[in-house]
Write a protein that binds this ligand. Structure first.
Ligand code: FAD
Ligand code: SF4
Length: 338
């Protein structure tokens, strides 16, 4: 039994104040990840600051033509929001590829960003894990690492970020709005999560005490030519081995703009702007897509059990780009579940 205090934040400023007063506290939103981690003693917060009733549940158009998504918008509501269905189907598809309907009903936008890795050793307090206990070692390096990273890993940690939604947000060039003891600021989505380097326990560039208040999408939604391809061990209710988010803008038989991000291959959603640049101006064909895959995976490295993910990612990238170019996205699951 873990003893902890529970309090409810009355507004964002109160949440920030409460966190500043007790830095070992944790915000709780949907609780779908945090409570699981508490049950296995990985998270042992002194206090839970309940933010679930804060007024951060709206989806609003921005004056720049984008969308501002409150941090407490449930994943289901977001996927089925009419503006997301119409303008950002890549985001809706990615969300609906994750977890289950029940979990998506509880899971929040902010919580999805901050969910922890699914590395089994991280959950098992009987094994060394630098992320859970810095300096203790990484059991996955020479252990069971089938689900682990092939890009951007370090000797300290080879864990992968498991989110689906975040892969689409990376491809869509989102921004994260946060509030903390020093006020409000905005973080580019690509700078929000960190690579493990020597400090895998530090997973984001949030400063102590900061709360995520919203995620903002710019106007381009790539609604005509997109694909979210999630490759996993079974058809539903499984984390990705590799996932690929693609958005293309085609003009005159050429690629005018390209977005390409991968999930479950690195400690953060992996977007490669050099591979995207290589796609621009090219004809949307198999040779172009194979080149982009080569470029994106140029530094990929397996750790034994996960070597297969390199070839899986290569083929997945070509397939997702092909589906996007043809206007036939893999998952058109952006339909209401009856
Ligand atoms: C069985 C199962 C299967 C799943 N499958 C998938 C899947 O296939 N794909 C996928 O993407 N996800 C999957 N998930 C993960 C799920 O999407 C996350 O658990 C969920 O998004 C977390 O949101 P939450 O609101 O419940 O977060 P919580 O559990 O409440 O919080 C998670 C973390 O975020 C912090 N936090 C929450 N909100 C904020 C905020 N606004 N500001 C600052 N910090 C905050 C909390 O302090 C905590 O550290 C699965 C989960 C489960 C349990
Ligand atoms: S991969 Fe990271 S999370 Fe997994 S055991 Fe190693 S240090 Fe821990």
């Amino acid at each position: 039994m873990i003893n902890f205090q529970y309090s409810r934040a009355s507004d964002v400023a109160d949440a920030v104040r409460q966190m500043a007063a007790d830095p070992t506290a944790r915000f709780i939103a949907g609780g779908t990840n945090l409570i699981d981690l508490m049950k296995v003693y990985v998270e042992r917060p002194s206090r839970l600051i309940d933010i679930s009733r804060l007024p951060l549940k709206s989806v609003e158009e921005t004056k720049e033509g984008g969308l501002r998504i409150g941090a407490l918008v449930p994943n289901s509501d977001l996927a089925y929001h009419p503006l997301v269905e119409k303008r950002y189907p890549l985001l809706g598809s990615a969300i609906l590829a994750g977890a289950s309907q029940q979990l998506r009903n509880m899971a929040s936008t902010g919580g999805n960003l901050l969910q922890r890795t699914r590395c089994a050793y991280f959950y098992d307090t009987a094994t060394p894990c630098n992320k859970r206990q810095p300096g203790s070692g990484c059991s996955a390096l020479a252990g069971h690492n089938r689900m682990h990273a092939i890009l951007g890993a370090s000797e300290a940690c080879i864990a992968a970020h498991p989110s689906d939604m975040c892969v689409a947000l990376a491809a869509l060039d989102a921004k994260v709005h946060v509030t903390g003891p020093s006020g409000e600021r905005t973080i580019a989505f690509l700078d929000f999560h960190r690579l493990p380097e020597d400090t895998p326990q530090v997973e984001t560039n949030l400063k102590p005490g900061e709360i995520v208040t919203a995620v903002e999408l710019p106007a381009p939604g790539f609604a005509a030519n997109y694909s979210y391809l999630k490759i996993r061990d079974r058809l539903s209710y499984a984390f990705a081995l590799v996932s690929i988010a693609v958005g293309l803008q085609l003009e005159g038989g050429r690629i005018k703009e390209a977005r390409l991000a991968l999930g479950s291959v690195a400690h953060k959603p992996w977007r490669d702007t050099a591979a995207e640049a290589g796609l621009r101006g090219q004809a949307p064909n198999r040779a172009t897509f194979a080149r982009a895959a080569e470029q994106l995976l140029r530094d990929a490295k397996g750790y034994g059990h996960n070597d297969f993910k390199i070839e899986l990612a290569r083929r997945g990238i070509v397939r997702a780009l092909t589906q996007a170019a043809q206007g036939t996205p893999q998952s058109q699951s952006n339909k209401k579940v009856l």
